[in-house]
Design a protein around this ligand. Structure first.
Ligand code: ADP
Ligand code: MG
Length: 457
């Protein structure tokens, strides 16, 4: 067997072990360079795929290589920039599926009327990195064995980081493998309005009967249950009914159950009763990999300079990274040429430019109040209640960090409190941020909402 044949055989097996998107991202343009005294040298096209293969996939590659060629004992990786025409020769026909060059993304997919699932979200086009690998693994496990692995599965993480994608991927895979199961995907906001409407129309009993027939219930963004007492009550009963019949329940939220404000204790403890997995922020290498995978799907070839520029500047939101690519794609279509870095910077200016231009006092107050399910005016009361003190401190802290306001000015804004109160609040939050993960997460989420055009309800 030549080195090339051996590597093709390895790749063929690896395809079964990793998602399509990860395969295309990490294994493209790899090959065996040499095999000497048990040491196999594999070339990779760039430093990230080298890192990734040696850190994440080395064991898998070694196992498969060794099973095909017993003389292989260790693997080393080097970087070799591929020649233009080189690429993985994928033997699998499915992989060669033609992509319509006019296709922008997945917009042509239609949402299924019965399940409410969008078929564009699959495991195949979901990139896994260390930031989401637990959530991915748990979701995958649930899709293989709905109802009996983790119940409920609760996934949380910031805006635009793949919660909806994962939840729907589970749903879509279950549709494929267990066609007899009744699946329902529902954004929590829809669920809330369904419940309210059916109460008004005296149809709640019908709705309940209908919901109890579901085998897989997927509820997205359950933080929107905050303060919705009637809906929480109905949801609690639905949850119990389904749970007792071993029906799978999958939930997502922008924060862990214990940080959702105004959520009934009994619901919180139900949410915590299964598997909780979080999605963090992707690191630079992973952001690049995601961009590359998306470029492939969108069929746009951007220089690594441009991809690095985007990955460096859009750190916290995969949806925004996609938005950036779409802008470049539109440019390419209109002008019939691929943008260079200069043009890219212009096209992405308002997506990337300094966020401090785009927030203000009112927005900070609104966002903080909404995040903690408080009324804005509650932030100005002089109560010592913990539920209010901390949000108030966070609001002051954000005025300081985001708007560079002076302490006296912050103090004045909060009912003429003096500057020492403002200073104390900001220091308190700064100290807290050094060790309190929850606080870090909360402030991250609030900042995201401040800047990502997150719509206030
Ligand atoms: P969330 O629900 O957490 O706000 P979404 O699931 O809507 O985020 O993801 C935002 C966009 O980013 C979607 O278009 C989604 O397909 C894409 N995306 C998120 N995570 C990934 C990933 N790991 N791999 C590929 N695409 C992703
Ligand atoms: Mg979502």
């Amino acid at each position: 067997m030549t080195n090339e044949e051996l590597w093709q055989a390895v790749l063929a097996q690896i395809q079964f072990n990793v998602s399509k998107a990860n395969f295309a991202t990490w294994f493209k343009n790899t090959k065996i360079v040499s095999k000497n005294n048990g040491e196999t040298l594999i070339s990779t096209p760039n430093s990230f795929s080298k890192e990734w293969l040696s850190n994440k996939y080395n064991n898998l590659i070694l196992k498969i290589l060794h099973s095909l060629d017993e003389t292989v004992k260790t693997i080393n990786y080097i970087i070799q920039t591929p020649l233009p025409e080189e690429g993985i020769k994928i033997k699998n026909k499915k992989e060669k599926k033609e992509i319509n060059p006019n296709q922008m993304g997945f917009e042509e997919f239609e949402i299924n009327q019965k399940t409410n699932l969008n078929p564009r979200y699959t495991f195949d086009n979901f990139i896994v990195g260390s930031f989401n690998e637990l959530a991915h693994a748990a979701s995958w496990a649930v899709s293989q064995n709905p109802g009996s692995t983790y119940n409920p599965l609760f996934i949380y993480g910031g805006v635009g980081l793949g919660k909806t994608h994962l939840l729907q991927a589970v749903g879509n895979l279950i549709v494929e493998n267990f066609s007899e199961k009744k699946i329902k995907y529902s954004p929590t906001a829809h669920f809330v309005s369904d419940i309210i409407r059916s109460i008004q129309n005296h149809e709640i009993e019908n709705l309940k009967m209908e919901l109890q027939q579901i085998d897989i219930l997927i509820m997205d963004d359950v933080q929107f249950l905050a303060g919705k007492e009637k809906t929480q009550e109905e949801f609690f009963h639905l949850f119990n009914t389904l749970y007792e019949m071993n029906k799978q329940i999958i939930l997502s939220s922008d924060r862990p159950p214990k940080a959702i404000p105004a959520l009934e204790e009994r619901l919180r403890s139900r949410f915590e009763g299964g598997m909780i997995a979080d999605i963090g922020f992707p690191d630079f290498e992973t952001r690049l990999a995601i961009l590359k995978a998306k470029c492939e799907v969108k069929q746009i070839d951007l220089s690594s300079e441009i991809l690095e520029y985007i990955a460096l500047n859009l750190e916290q939101n995969i949806r925004e990274m996609e938005g950036a690519l779409n802008r470049l794609l539109i440019f390419k279509k209109i002008n019939n040429k691929t943008p260079d870095l200069e043009i890219t910077k212009k096209l992405l200016y308002n997506l990337i430019s300094s966020p401090s231009l785009s927030t203000n006092f009112k927005k900070i107050l609104q966002t903080v109040a909404q995040f903690f399910n408080l009324k804005e005016k509650e932030l100005f009361t002089s109560t010592r209640k913990k539920e209010i003190v901390r949000p108030r401190q966070i609001a002051m802290y954000l005025l300081r960090t985001e708007l560079k306001e002076s302490y006296p000015s912050i103090g004045r804004k909060f009912n003429g409190k003096d500057h020492t109160t403002a200073m104390y609040s900001c220091e308190k939050i700064e100290k807290g941020l050094e060790k309190d993960n929850n606080l870090q997460r909360e402030i991250n989420l609030i900042r995201q909402r401040l800047y990502s055009g997150f719509s206030l309800e």
